[in-house]
Design a protein around this ligand. Structure first.
Ligand code: NCD
Ligand code: ZN
Ligand code: ZN
Length: 349
């Protein structure tokens, strides 16, 4: 018997995910800790993490869920609102409590009701962030009811992000969970201060996977999966070797019954098999040699953090993804539930 193909990379970071809080968080954190050394934790709790003090308290609650002996660092973000205080946010960044601030247009996604209603309201914060080099994470979708949901990302880039970067050319922006060829093109042609995260689901599914032959609520997230040509553009960007694109799972746990319902929540829980999901894309694109850059280097460099020590090894050996996993108050259906993936994590150190 021949030994399985293996791939050893520097320990990776997840530069965008949702841990939630309470019992759900206790159930989901170990999945991320198993694979990633650090993660940028999103602040869209209810109520949201809007100040450095709330972020510090949330960080302590996360650390209490990290299994004994594991080496994991949560990197905190704060949720911008129309009333955000530039001084508090800048102080949080200066203290190392905050790694970034997050822009949710009000009403764009899960728990975004307290988000920003107009960019003008946060210009003082953004000006301060640009001056001190603090990164801005962006959920890039407009919320105007007349804009079609499949166009909301492209319209955001044209009407909000491009003008913002024109006003603040130094602002460091992470265009989160890019889902379109438009986003890829924008990020590629923008300055070195603009980068993007790409999720496993947007590399693997298009809108047909979600809607043809029946509606699959567990493949519904925001921004919603687009046409096949957009998926192909994302695969090209992720596997290109460009340092502007890096790993951010957007793992977003919702309990099964809140997705399998008349009005289901947006979000895909991909933390359990995230690296396994991504690495198969790099293999299929003939780019296994570029996986380490995407997973472990480009993001850390953009955030100006040291690269992680240690490695993780993946091996080309099938693994069955369970139909559901423990999720605290109720079960959660993971991405790829019931499928067999071709790669698995072999060991970490
Ligand atoms: C995320 C969530 O559930 O918090 N949902 C999602 O569909 N991606 C929010 C977000 O990242 O937009
Ligand atoms: Zn988002
Ligand atoms: Zn997210």
């Amino acid at each position: 018997m021949t030994a399985p193909l293996t791939l050893t990379i520097r320990r990776p970071d997840d530069l965008h995910l949702h841990f939630r809080d309470g019992e759900t968080m206790r159930a989901v954190v170990p999945w991320t800790v198993r694979q990633f050394a650090r993660a940028i934790v999103m602040p869209n709790l209810a109520p949201p993490v809007t100040t450095s003090a709330l972020a510090a308290a949330y960080r302590a609650r996360i650390m209490a869920c990290v299994p004994e002996g594991a080496d994991f660092t949560p990197l905190m973000t704060c949720y911008l609102t129309d009333n955000s205080d530039p001084a508090d946010i800048a102080a949080g960044f200066g203290d190392g409590v905050l790694t970034a601030a997050k822009l949710y247009p009000a009403g764009a996604t899960t728990n975004s009701a307290s988000g920003v209603t107009r960019i003008e309201a946060i210009m003082p914060v953004l000006e301060r962030m640009a001056a001190i080099g603090m990164p801005l994470c962006v959920h890039g979708e407009v919320t105007d009811p007349e804009v079609d949901i499949f166009d909301r990302e492209a319209v955001f880039i044209e009407c909000i992000l491009a003008p913002l970067l024109h006003r603040l050319p130094e602002l460091r922006v992470i265009f989160e969970h890019a889902t379109t060829a438009d986003a890829v093109q924008f990020v590629e042609s923008a300055g070195e201060n603009v980068a993007a995260t790409i999720t496993p689901q947007h590399l693997r599914i298009n809108r047909n996977d979600m809607l043809v032959g029946g509606i699959r609520p567990h493949l519904y997230c925001l921004p919603v999966a687009k046409r096949e040509r957009h998926r192909l553009a994302l695969r090209r960007a992720a596997t290109s070797g460009s340092h502007k694109f890096f790993l951010g799972t957007d793992s977003a746990p919702h309990h099964r019954h809140t997705k399998e319902t008349a009005c289901g929540c947006a979000g895909i829980f991909n933390a359990p098999f995230a690296l396994e999901s991504y690495v198969a894309v790099f293999e299929a694109e003939g780019a296994l040699d570029r996986f380490e850059g995407f997973a472990s280097e480009h993001g850390a460099n953009f955030y100006r953090m040291p690269l992680n020590a240690g490695t993780i090894t993946l091996e080309r050996r099938p693994i069955a993804v369970p139909d559901e996993v423990v999720g605290g108050e109720a079960a959660i259906v993971p991405f790829h539930a019931g499928d067999t993936l071709s790669w698995r994590v072999a060991s970490g150190e």
